[in-house]
Design a protein around this ligand. Structure first.
Ligand code: ZN
Ligand code: ZN
Length: 340
C-alpha cells in the first residue's frame, strides 16, 4: 500500500497520518448522534471484539471450575499465569515477528522511521530494548496480572463481592460489559497522570518511557509499582455487581490490550490494498512528547485538562506554549526559593 496517500513522511523517515485524531463520540459536547454512530465501529473493531472473544473463550474453556477456585492453591494459580503468558507470547510475538523481525510491510505506516532493534542503548538492561522489555513483562507484569486474576476469581468462588448472574441482572451486565474499555481508560488516565508527578515519574514510570520508539514488547514493560496500579482497575468488579466473564474481558482489555498503543504502525496491511487501523497514534504521541495524551481519547479527559494532542501542527504549537509556561513556572519557583 502507498502510505503517502494517508500521511506524510519527514526527512528523518518518520511518518504521521494526515487526519488529526478525534476524541470518542460518546462524550462529545454538544452531543452529535452522527458523530457517535461514526465512532462506534472503531470502539469495537478490531480490538475490543477480539478481547471480548478472549474473555468468553477463557471463561468457558480455560478457567478452572468454581470448586477448584474456592481454595487457593499454587497449581491453578500457576496455570493462570502460564495461560496468560502464552496469550502474550502469541499476540505480542506475532506482531513483533510480522512487523519488526520479518518486516513484512517495511516502514510503511511506521511512525518512527527507526527500528529499535538496530539501536542499542545504555538505558536498557543488556543495552537491548526488546530484552529489557521482555524481562519486565514476564518478570513482574504477568505475575501481577495473574495475581489479580487469581484473587478476584477466588473472591467470586467464595461469594466475596457483589457478583451476580446474567439471569438476575441482564441489562446491568450488558451495559457494564459495553463500557469496560471506557472504565479502563478513565482509570488509566488517573493512574498515568499520578505517575507523571515528578517523584513517581523518576522512580517508577521512567522505566516505561525508556522506550521512546515503542514496539509490541514495550507494552507491559513497566516498574512493578506501575504494574500494581495498572491492573488495579479490575478491583471495580468487587464494588459493582459483576460476573467473572466481565472480569476476564476487562483483564484482557488491560493486559493483552496494552499492545494497542505500542504497535508503532498506524495500519497493519492485510490483503492487497487493505489494512487494519491500529489506533496506536495517540499513545505513540505520548511516548514521543511525554506530557500529552495520558489517555487515548475515548474518554476525553486529556481535552478537559488541556493535554490532548491530535497530531496536528496546531496541537504541536499549543503543546510548546504549555511547555514554555511550565518552564517559566519552575524557574520562578526556583528563584523564589532561598539558597540553602
Ligand atoms: Zn506506553
Ligand atoms: Zn507516561
Amino acid at each position: 500500500m502507498d502510505d503517502t496517500l494517508y500521511g506524510t513522511r519527514d526527512k528523518r523517515g518518520n511518518w504521521h497520518p494526515n487526519n488529526p485524531l478525534e476524541t470518542g463520540g460518546l462524550f462529545r459536547w454538544p452531543f452529535s448522534l452522527r458523530a457517535f454512530i461514526a465512532w462506534l465501529p472503531g470502539y469495537f473493531l478490531p480490538h475490543n471484539v477480539i478481547f471480548m472473544a478472549f474473555g468468553i473463550g477463557f471463561w468457558f474453556w480455560l478457567t478452572p471450575s468454581r470448586e477448584t477456585l474456592e481454595t487457593l492453591s499454587w497449581g491453578w494459580a500457576l496455570y493462570i499465569l502460564v495461560r496468560n503468558a502464552l496469550t502474550v507470547v502469541v499476540i505480542y510475538g506475532a506482531l513483533e515477528l510480522w512487523l519488526y523481525v520479518r518486516r513484512v510491510q517495511n516502514d510503511r505506516f511506521k511512525y518512527n522511521g527507526k527500528f529499535p532493534g538496530e539501536h542499542p542503548s545504555e538505558v536498557f538492561l543488556f543495552k537491548s530494548q526488546n530484552r529489557d522489555n521482555i524481562l519486565r513483562t514476564f518478570g513482574t507484569g504477568l505475575p501481577i496480572w495473574s495475581a489479580y486474576e487469581v484473587l478476584m476469581l477466588h473472591a467470586w468462588a467464595n461469594d466475596f463481592g457483589l457478583w451476580t448472574t446474567f439471569g438476575d441482572n441482564p441489562v446491568w451486565l450488558a451495559v457494564f460489559w459495553l463500557v469496560i474499555p471506557l472504565v479502563h481508560e478513565a482509570h488509566f488516565f488517573c493512574i498515568h497522570r499520578l505517575i507523571h508527578t515528578p517523584w513517581l515519574y523518576k522512580h517508577v514510570h521512567s522505566v516505561h518511557h525508556n522506550s521512546i520508539n515503542p514496539s509490541p514488547w514495550s507494552s507491559l514493560s513497566m516498574h512493578p509499582v506501575e504494574h500494581l496500579l495498572y491492573w488495579s482497575d479490575s478491583l471495580i468488579h468487587l464494588i459493582l455487581p459483576s460476573h467473572p466473564v466481565l472480569l476476564l474481558y476487562h483483564l484482557h482489555v488491560t493486559g493483552t490490550g496494552a499492545v494497542v498503543g505500542h504497535i508503532g504502525f498506524d495500519k497493519i496491511e492485510t490483503v492487497e490494498g487493505k489494512a487494519v487501523d491500529t489506533h496506536a497514534y495517540a499513545h505513540y504521541l505520548h511516548h514521543k512528547y511525554f506530557e500529552v495524551n495520558y489517555g487515548d481519547g475515548a474518554v476525553p479527559l486529556d481535552k478537559l485538562f488541556g493535554t490532548w494532542h491530535d497530531g496536528s501542527n496546531e496541537a504541536d504549537e499549543a503543546m510548546k506554549v504549555r511547555f514554555r509556561a511550565k518552564k517559566e513556572r519552575v524557574k520562578a519557583r526556583k528563584a523564589a526559593t532561598p539558597a540553602q
